[in-house]
Design a protein around this ligand. Structure first.
Ligand code: ATP
Ligand code: MG
Length: 280
C-alpha cells in the first residue's frame, strides 16, 4: 500500500502526476506541479495546450483522471468542494459568461463574498460593501460601481471580474487570460494593476494564464510552459522564459527580449535565405 502523503501547509497547489483525460484524449499531464504561498505563476502555451483545463483543476472545477490533486491542503475527490471553492478566486471567460448583463457592478463584486460570509450577511453588510469598493479601487474600477455589467467595455469587465475574484479574500487567485480582447492601453493598465498585486505581500498566490509574454506583469516569479498537456519547462520565470523553451512550446523559432522587467516575443527572422538573396 502507498503511504498517505501529509499535506504541506505552504503548498496551495500540490499536483502529483495528475492527468485529465476525456473521450480517450489526454488534455493535461502527466504533470507534477506545486505552487507555494507567496508565488506568482504564469502559465503559457499554444491553443489547446491544456491551460484552461489545468486552471479548472486548480479551481476544484475539474477532477484529475489519475494522480493526486491537493488544493489548499485538501485532496480533490476526498473533500467537500463547496468549502474549498470560496477559498479560491477565479476569473475566466466561463465566469464572465455567467454574469447577468443587468447585474450592477457593486452587487456583482459584493455577492462573491456572500458565498463565504453568508451567515454574517446582515451583520457585515456595510463591511462587505466597503470591501467591494476597496477591491474595485485596487483594479482602478471604483467609478463603475453603479453601472450595469452589460454596459462595460471589455477592459472594464476584466477588471471588475478580478475585483470579484479578490472579494472573498481568497488564498489562491486564478486568472485565465485576463487581458484577452483588450486594446493596448487597457492591457497596459491591467498589467500594471496585476504588477501592483504581485508585489503586494498580502495578495494571494496567483496563477495567470496568458497567450502573450507581453502580458506578464513585473513581479511574477514562476512560469509553466505547456504543449499538448505536457510540461515543456517549469520553475523560476527567468529560467523558464527563454527563447529556446518558447520555441519548443510554440514549435517555431521564437526570439525573446526582456526590457524593464517585461518580456517581448516574436518569430525569429529566417536570416539565412534573405541574406543570401540580398548578397547576390
Ligand atoms: N470536456 C472535454 N472533452 C474533450 N476534450 C476537451 C474537453 N475540454 C477540453 N478539451 C480539449 O482539451 C484540449 C485542451 O483544452 P484547454 O481549454 O485546456 O486548452 P487551452 O490551453 O486553454 O487552449 P486556449 O489557449 O485555446 O484557451 C483542447 O484540445 C480541447 O479541445
Ligand atoms: Mg484556455
Amino acid at each position: 500500500m502507498e503511504p498517505v502523503r501529509q499535506p504541506d501547509p505552504d503548498l496551495l497547489i500540490d499536483f502529483d502526476n495528475v492527468t485529465v483525460r476525456r473521450s480517450g484524449h489526454t488534455l493535461v499531464g502527466p504533470l507534477t506541479w506545486q505552487v507555494e504561498l507567496d508565488e506568482r505563476w504564469v502559465v503559457l502555451g499554444p491553443n489547446g495546450a491544456g491551460k484552461t483545463s489545468l486552471l479548472r483543476m486548480a479551481a476544484a472545477d475539474m477532477y484529475p483522471t489519475s494522480g493526486t490533486a491537493v488544493l489548499l491542503g485538501e485532496t480533490l475527490g476526498r473533500t467537500d468542494i463547496n468549502e474549498l471553492r470560496p477559498r479560491i478566486g477565479m476569473s475566466s471567460a466561463a465566469v464572465a459568461a455567467r454574469v447577468p448583463l443587468d447585474e450592477k457592478v457593486g452587487d456583482l463584486v459584493v455577492s462573491a463574498g456572500y458565498a463565504v460570509m453568508g451567515r454574517w450577511r446582515e451583520q457585515y453588510e456595510d463591511m462587505d460593501t466597503d470591501r467591494a469598493v476597496d477591491m474595485l479601487e485596487s483594479v482602478g474600477a471604483e467609478h463603475l460601481s453603479d453601472r450595469a455589467y452589460g454596459t462595460l467595455s471589455e477592459g472594464e469587465r476584466k477588471r471588475v471580474l478580478i475585483a470579484r475574484a479578490l472579494m472573498s479574500d481568497p488564498e489562491l487567485l486564478l486568472l485565465d487570460e485576463p487581458a484577452a480582447g483588450l486594446d493596448l492601453g487597457s492591457r497596459e493598465e491591467l498589467v500594471e494593476k496585476l504588477g501592483d498585486l504581485a508585489s503586494d505581500p498580502d495578495a494571494p498566490a496567483t496563477v495567470l494564464v496568458t497567450h502573450h509574454v507581453e502580458e506578464i506583469p513585473p513581479g511574477f516569479s514562476h512560469g509553466l510552459l505547456l504543449n499538448e498537456g505536457s510540461v515543456v519547462a517549469q520553475g523560476l520565470l527567468e529560467d523558464v522564459l527563454t527563447a529556446e523553451n518558447l520555441s519548443k512550446a510554440f514549435r517555431q523559432s521564437i526570439t525573446l527580449d526582456r526590457i524593464d522587467g517585461r518580456y517581448f516575443a516574436r518569430r525569429s527572422r529566417r536570416l539565412g535565405r534573405h541574406r543570401s538573396n540580398r548578397n547576390r
